[in-house]
Write a protein that binds this ligand. Structure first.
Ligand SMILES: [Zn+2]
Length: 425
């Protein structure tokens, strides 16, 4: 249908629809340039449309004017719209691939424009009553948050957590969350067994048009690994801080993370008082553990502390050292880059980014050399990390509140019902 015939049909429909309320519903997702002109049905009355909606995606390198200009809008409309959009939104943040919609009257004037900033927000520009100018605002897109139970199983069809989540219709985010929660207990890279299973309670937000928005924090999780059952729940303190605890109220946060890398990495060389050096070709002590990891993988601090060294060392290449309490100092070598702000004296938190994996210094390939000193002496980080006591427990005054919440969450997790409760935002 050409624009001209549309206008004719539109004017006729406008006449037919006089006196009827115009009802529009949300459009389905479109990725191409789609013009919707089908009549809408409401309560057995056929409502002809008085406008058409152009739905399209932001092209690469587009400006607002360029993007809207290709729809042949009247010049005065175009400049008014561009002005409204630019004054309410940083147009440099226009992202290629995001959806926008123009609701256009059949006489060519624009009724409204909407651009999806991200899955939760849109920029909406509407015409002010009887005015040439548009009013633009950032609006929250309607979505529903539902608390759900997700369960999965490791077997031949799904040998990893991410594959079993995919089979359950869920996403990788939950695998990362579980790896974070249980990182001190389960080796998610090589320690999974066929028959391992998990259940978790999490909030999931889905937009009213069906688009997945995101998960909230995992509220409770249970992981059966190699016959033992691990459980964790998130507990929020009165001051708003929260953490993961086992069912007895012991913190799952250890003094040291299991490793300085995000996913349980492959150990390529262990701590040794004497080993054949792969580059130097003679035996000497290996004062740490080597983890095979791709160049650029994030390296994080294993515990809270203060940076004691950040720079170049002979053999170690780009190196960061962090001093912790109880006489410990951790050491990260062969980095391709040191993170901004990581310099001697800087305070770092557990899990904070120090740099990225590389192969600077004496290294035969990209890997992280991780060392740990206690009172100045190198110790085996693997056994040292394992020997440290579990984290702080929930304080006695909060124990009753903790136990009540635990019982609610874990009984919910065992219900056959998958949807626990729903909130409209
Ligand atoms: Zn090494």
């Amino acid at each position: 249908m050409t624009p001209r015939t549309q206008i004719v049909v539109g004017l006729t429909s406008l006449a037919l629809s006089a006196g009827l309320a115009i009802v529009r519903d949300r459009l389905p997702e479109h990725t191409g340039n789609v013009i919707t002109d089908a009549p809408r049905r409401l309560a057995d009355v056929l409502l002809p449309r008085d406008s058409d909606v152009i739905s399209s995606v932001v092209p690469n390198g587009a400006t607002v004017a360029g993007m809207l200009g290709k729809h042949l809008l009247p010049e005065s409309e175009l400049s008014a719209l561009v002005q409204a959009v630019s004054s309410n939104f940083d147009v440099r943040k226009l992202r290629a691939g995001n959806i926008y919609k123009i609701d256009r009257l059949f006489d060519g004037r624009i009724r409204s424009f909407e651009y999806e900033i991200d899955p939760t927000r849109a920029l909406r520009a509407s015409r002010r009553e009887g005015d040439i100018a548009f009013e633009a605002e950032v609006v929250e897109l309607p979505r529903t948050t539902t608390q759900v139970v997700v369960e999965g199983r490791i077997d031949r069809g799904a040998p990893s957590i991410s594959e079993s989540l995919e089979r359950a219709g869920e996403r990788l985010d939950l695998a990362l969350a579980m790896a974070d929660i249980f990182s001190g207990e389960v080796d998610f890279n090589s320690g999974l067994q066929p028959g391992d299973s998990y259940r978790l309670v999490v909030e999931k937000s889905v937009r009213d048009d069906g688009l997945f928005v995101g998960y909230g924090p995992v509220r409770a999780a249970e992981f059966v690994n190699d016959g033992r059952t691990l459980a964790a729940m998130r507990f929020t303190f009165p001051d708003g801080k929260s953490g993961y605890f086992d069912t007895e109220g012991r913190s799952l946060k250890r003094f040291f993370l299991k490793t300085p890398l995000k996913f349980e990495p492959r150990i390529t060389s262990r701590f040794s008082r004497s080993r054949m050096h792969p580059v130097l070709k003679y035996a000497r002590a290996h004062n740490g553990v080597d983890y095979g990891a791709p160049t650029g993988a994030p390296v994080v601090s294993v515990s809270n502390g203060t940076v004691s060294f950040a720079g170049w060392t002979n053999g170690g290449g780009r190196t960061v050292r962090v001093r912790h309490t109880s006489g410990y100092e951790s050491e990260y070598m062969h980095l391709s880059a040191i993170a901004p702000g990581i310099s001697p004296g800087a305070r770092v938190g557990q899990g904070e980014l120090l740099g990225s994996v590389g192969q600077t210094g004496l290294a035969s390939g990209p890997h992280l050399h991780y060392g740990l000193r206690r009172n100045g002496q190198y110790v085996n980080p693997i056994t040292e990390h394992q020997n440290l006591p579990p984290g702080e427990p929930v304080p006695a005054v909060l124990k009753a509140a903790f136990e009540a919440e635990r019982d609610t969450l874990f009984s919910a997790m065992r219900q056959p019902a998958r949807v626990l409760h729903t909130n409209e935002n």
